[in-house]
Structures are given as C-alpha cells and as structure tokens.
Design a binder for this molecule. Structure first.
Ligand code: ZN
Length: 465
C-alpha cells in the first residue's frame, strides 16, 4: 500500500508539502512550500523525512506557499528530479530570490541589533540564501505540459491538468500500479475560479481513488465577479470624489495581473475616471513579464486584448515603477491614484511605505483583494485594528478599509463542490490547505451535497492510499 504524509498545509493554508511513498520504493514529494503567518517558525523545523530519499518533486505552481522551502530541501540533500511547467520554474525563481532577499535582510537587521547586546550568536541563520536558490536550477528538471502524461519509473504515470489558479498552475494526477491494481491519487493544487479574467477555468479529472483537495474558502462563497468589480469601481469613485487615493496590497503573481485586467476593462468601458495607476512592485512587474512570455496560456479575454492592443495588461493610465526613486515619487501625488504594491499580506514590501504615507488620512481607501493569513498585518487590519505599527512607528488607520473577495484566485465553496461533482468516479476525500474551522464547515457541506465523509488531514499524519 502507498502512503501519503502531510508535512504542510495540514489545518493551515500554507507550507504545502505532501510525501508519497510507494511500495516499489519510489518517493514523490508534491510541493515544498513555505509556512507563513502564525506558523512561520515551522519552516525552521526538520521536514519530517529525509530529503535525500526523495526521487521526484512535483510542483503544482509557483506561489511561495508551494515552492518556498525547496531551497531548504536541496540544502538538506534532495538530488532528485523536478517535474513541473517551465513557467512555474520561472515564477519560482522570482518568488524564491525575493524570499531569500527578505530573509537575508531581516537576518542582517536582527544580527546588528543583537551585536549591540553581545548576543549575535543567538540569532538564527536565514532559512536559505540566494546561492541555495540557484542550486535548485542545477537539478534535473522534466518540463511538462497539460495532459501530456509522464512516466516516472515503470509503474508511475503523472499527469498535470489546468487548475486555473495562476499561470500554468496544475492539478496533479498520480496513477500507480501496485500488486496488479491501478490507483489514482489526485492533488487539486490550488483551484481557480470559472470567472477569472486572466486564467481559463480549471479542468476536472475523470476519476480519483483518493483526492487531496484544497479548502481555503471551503466555508464560504465569494461575491460574484461582476459584483466585486462594481464594488471596486464604487470604492475608486467614492475615494476620488473625496480627493483620496486607493491602496491595493496585492500578491505579485496572478492577483496583480487580474487587477490590471480588471482596471483595463473599466478603462475600456469608460468607467475608470482619469487617474494614475501605479504598479509599484518590482516582483509583480517581473511576474507580469513572465505572464507576457507565456501569454498563449492565458484566457480568451487575454487573447482578445493581445489581438486588439498587442498587449494584455497595459493601458494609458498604467505606470510601472521599478526603481526606488520612481516609487518615492508616488508620494508626491496628492489624489486620484491607485497604488498596487506588495506584499500581498502586508508583511513587508513597498506597501508599508504607502501605508505610512497614506493610511492615517481619511480621504484614502485600502482595498484587500486576497486572502490574509492569521498573524499578518493585513489580517490585523481586516480584523479591525485602528492603530498599527510600521517600522516601530505607530500609524492610525483612518483610511476606509474594504475586503473584496470576489477577486480571489481560489475557488469558493460552490466552486469546490461543483469541481468535485464533475468527477465521474470519486473515492476518498482528504481536506488540506485550509484553516481547521473552515475545513469543518466544508466537511459538513461535502457530507450534505455529496454524501461523503471527508477527512481533515493532520500534520505528519500517515494516510494509506
Ligand atoms: Zn497558490
């Protein structure tokens, strides 16, 4: 019997990492992501398995919570083969170099402070550095395409299907033959929406004896895409009317491109007043370049823009501010600007400068367009914090705060249920990648709608499949 161990994204939404041990002796790892927010310290703990014994690393997509611990994996002995899309490796490089940079910077700051107390030896080294990121790219990689099954050894076939979540994100089907019996294990990866502007709808595999499904939004339904777009437009108009500006903390990959497409759509319709839109995130600018490089993979809407304008994301009000000088100049703009900046959960990045500059001013608006993990500044503000601390300075939150979840790159409860209903044959269901309370709600909905008892996976739990 094969076994699956969940070494991340068990009862939390980050740190995705699932180890599959097959009877034939082959060991496969699906994703190796970073823990974020409250569970961040887990990154420094041992994996729970020996990285040198992993034969294959399959990567569903390039988000940090799915690739963030790969440099640690390599540092600790992984020498196997990576199987993923070429664009996923490109995005992973951007994400991991950024992550290594942030860790190096915070290590330096902590080290300097500790030095003054004579306690620098107590400061833990960064999880990894840039050289560790480069080491990944020296490993053998087998690039895949959707629905082009790849044989790994004689009894294993893996197939990547479109998950519709970010560029080339995948649902991974693993077909194995053990003791003459065929089995399929499916990992949903992160699943997208049917109405995403940039990505096409997720595929649905035909069957799975065992399904590991994400459950980020298993407890709720998003507001519709149109409703969300109208809400964003309303916030923009109201904010501009009172002489303010709109701040949008955004994830560099996918959410940013989705918001750009949405603003372009408003501009096209004549619904976006004359303004300046700043994409103030070097990482998001680089990610947008990767999207452009693989533009043929994007939605039908993107293809229309490409045909009409020769570009998917650009429109006259949009400015890319790559340098620090250009970023600082945005501070001089008094009103009618929209600033899209990272980090998506406000735990670093240029958005903090904009918070410092504008959050205390009631004319401005702050719009959250993505999931805010527990323990992040974004979550603190959403939960109602009226005063926050940025670089040890207290800032009062007077800007209006809005959460528009319809832009989420994750399917909502109805989307997840509809996706499961699409399987011709579905066996056991295991819930991963979700907060416990939300998973419990999703579990009861699955029972009601599909008559299935879904199991909530615990950390390091061993599951026979
Ligand atoms: Zn993701």
């Amino acid at each position: 019997m094969a076994t699956v161990h969940s070494y991340g994204a068990a009862e939390v939404v980050t740190g995705s990492c699932h180890l599959i041990q097959l009877q034939c002796g082959t060991t496969i790892l699906v994703d190796c992501g970073m823990f974020q927010g409250l569970v961040e310290e887990r990154n420094h703990k041992p994996f729970g398995f020996d990285p040198s014994e992993v034969d294959y690393l399959l990567i569903t997509h390039g988000h940090l919570d799915h690739v963030g611990r790969i440099p640690k994996l390599v540092k600790e002995g992984f020498k196997g083969m990576i199987v993923t899309h070429r664009s996923t490796m490109d995005l992973a490089e951007i994400v991991l170099l950024d992550s290594a940079h942030l860790m190096e910077e915070s290590y330096k700051t902590a080290f300097r402070k500790a030095q003054r107390r004579g306690k620098e030896r107590e400061i833990p080294k960064p999880l990894y550095e840039r050289e560790d990121v480069y080491a990944i790219f020296a490993l053998p990689v087998r690039y895949t395409e959707y629905d082009e099954p790849i044989k790994l050894g004689s009894d294993i076939l893996v197939n990547f299907k479109n998950a519709g979540h970010i560029l080339d994100s995948a649902i991974i089907e693993i077909h194995i033959e053990e003791e003459g019996a065929k089995k399929s294990i499916v990992f949903s990866g992160d699943l997208g929406n049917d109405y995403d502007l940039v990505m096409s709808s997720p595929d649905i595999p035909e069957e799975a004896e065992t399904l590991f499904i994400e459950s980020t939004y298993g407890d709720r339904n998003h507001r519709g895409a149109q409703e969300s777009s109208q809400e964003l437009q309303r916030v923009i108009l109201e904010t501009f009317a009172r002489g303010g500006n709109v701040l949008i903390p955004s994830f560099a990959i996918e959410r940013t491109q989705e918001i750009l497409c949405l603003l372009k759509q408003m501009y096209d319709r004549g619904d976006l007043p004359v303004c300046q839109v700043f994409l103030d995130s070097p990482m998001a600018i680089r990610a947008t370049e990767v999207y452009k490089q693989y533009q043929e993979e994007l939605s039908a809407q993107c293809q229309k823009y490409l045909e009409r304008d020769g570009t998917i994301f650009d429109f006259p009000y949009l400015h890319y501010t790559l340098t620090v000088q250009d970023s600082r100049k945005i501070n001089e703009v008094d009103s009618r600007c929209i600033i899209i900046a990272g980090a998506g959960m406000c735990n670093g990045g240029r958005i903090l400068q904009h918070f410092k500059h504008r959050l205390w001013d009631e004319r401005n608006a702050l719009v959250f367009v993505g999931y805010q993990v527990e323990g992040t500044l974004g979550r603190e503000i959403i939960d109602g914090a009226k005063r926050i601390s940025i670089y040890h300075e207290e800032i009062i939150v007077k800007a209006s705060v809005h959460t528009i979840n319809g832009f989420s790159a994750h399917a909502d409860q109805s989307g997840l249920i509809a996706w499961m209903e699409g399987f011709k044959k579905l066996g056991k269901v295991f819930l991963i990648h979700g907060e416990r309370k939300k998973q419990e709600i999703f579990q009861s909905v699955i029972m009601k709608r599909l008559g299935k008892k879904a199991h909530i996976v615990k950390f390091a739990e061993r599951i026979g499949v």
